[in-house]
Design a protein around this ligand. Sequence first.
Ligand SMILES: Cc1cc2nc3c(=O)[nH]c(=O)nc-3n(C[C@H](O)[C@H](O)[C@H](O)COP(=O)(O)OP(=O)(O)OC[C@H]3O[C@@H](n4cnc5c(N)ncnc54)[C@H](O)[C@@H]3O)c2cc1C
Length: 451
Amino acid sequence: MNQEDRISFLSPPRGAAPLPPGPVRYWMQAAIRTRYNHALEYAIHLANHRKVSLEVFFVLTWNYPQASRRHYQFLLEGLADVQANLSSRGIPFVLHQGDPPGVALRLAGESSSIVTDRGYTRIQRGWRDELARQAPCPVIQVDTNVVVPVETASVKEEYSAATFRPRITRQRDTFLQPLSPVPYWNSRGPLAPAAALPPADSVPGEPLEEALPGGEDAAARELTRFLEERLSRYSELRNVPDRDWTSRMSAYLHFGQISPLEIALRAVDYHEAVLEPGDASGVETLLEELIVRRELAINYTFYNPHYDSYQGLPQWARTTLEEHRDDRRPWTYSYRQLEAGETHDPYWNAAQHQMLRSGRIHGYMRMYWGKKILEWSPDPEEAFSRAITLNDTYQLDGRDPNGYAGVAWCFGKHDRPWKERPVFGKVRYMNDRGLERKFKEISRYTRRWTS
Ligand SMILES: Cc1cc2nc3c(=O)[nH]c(=O)nc-3n(C[C@H](O)[C@H](O)[C@H](O)COP(=O)(O)OP(=O)(O)OC[C@H]3O[C@@H](n4cnc5c(N)ncnc54)[C@H](O)[C@@H]3O)c2cc1C
């Protein structure tokens, strides 16, 4: 087993210096779950080994960029599950409020080690670096939100799924290993109920009309429903906008409320135990999305410092978009018109309304949604920044490597040049007639989200 690849020592080596006294603390940042959490199990293992106590903490900041009420609601539901599930294992959980690296640094002064998990965006990396630079105790990072650890999968930014797929597929099965919970040596049984968590309603933004419930328990239930009801026809129906046939796992994955490893293992097990051999394509298609595509997006975010801006696009895409910068656009809209879902195109408006009302857009329609923002904005840079802002503000799974790679894909990232045409240049094009040809019942999707 290569699970050691998940572990990195972030702080400078201490030589023979003795460890400071104090508990082991796990700073839960990006893996808000107690199941299939390698960082948590590693922290328990350290505390057991040293016979010191363990505490898990999370630092809630109320001004995380672009997070609104819908995101806080989902996050807090996840933290409530963590609190309850840790308490049943006899492990204390403390919620702090304030500046995350500042609080983590203060706690590092009273800890023998800080273990943390791993998010890949600039802000998450910045917080960990700040702690690691200044902490008086060792800081250990455990890469638990991917199947294959990022640097093990590839040591550089990959050009496309075609270059990444063989690398990650070679290593996939080594890392598709179950993770058993380690009993905590100092557990004295379930802990007394902790203080209630703060409510999300002080944060600006409307509550969602049709929200997925947040938290690892809801994620596990949703996964069971997906396996039982939709996995066998996932390949066939996942791209049909009026059939909501995908797993709905992305928001849970974004908040770390479920592990991709658990999804993959449960899907493979379910397939072997219940489905016919002819249904194999469902599980293989899911693993392609969940491992190849998702971890390619993480590869991009990790290795490309411009992952959320126009500069992150490949040179061929920027050149062709530049050549078509002054092309006449058949329609242009302001940011506000797009945000309100008020364009001439009923399919696009439906996708935008789905996002406003439910915090997600059907996977196929996300591509169409991003392509049209490119077509209808005054220039490609403005289009890119609008797509990122809308995606991060309204998608429950926004502010995620998948969102950055997804938007960038609409502008040519991880894709190849196609036939040249106005505005798009050689970037792949999509149009409403294509949707109508492909999906006879597309009007059902439109009615569902615009009535
Ligand atoms: C413009 C645009 C914006 C996007 N924004 C986001 C975003 O903010 N957050 C987000 O998580 N995904 C985003 N995606 C990727 C993808 O559309 C969603 O992950 C997917 O629709 C989520 O639904 P699901 O969980 O039911 O997916 P399923 O089809 O059930 O797939 C299972 C899992 O595989 C991964 N996955 C599926 N498709 C992709 C993909 N194309 N790229 C990378 N990983 C994938 C996701 O983690 C997903 O949860 C975006 C795509 C585009 C084109």
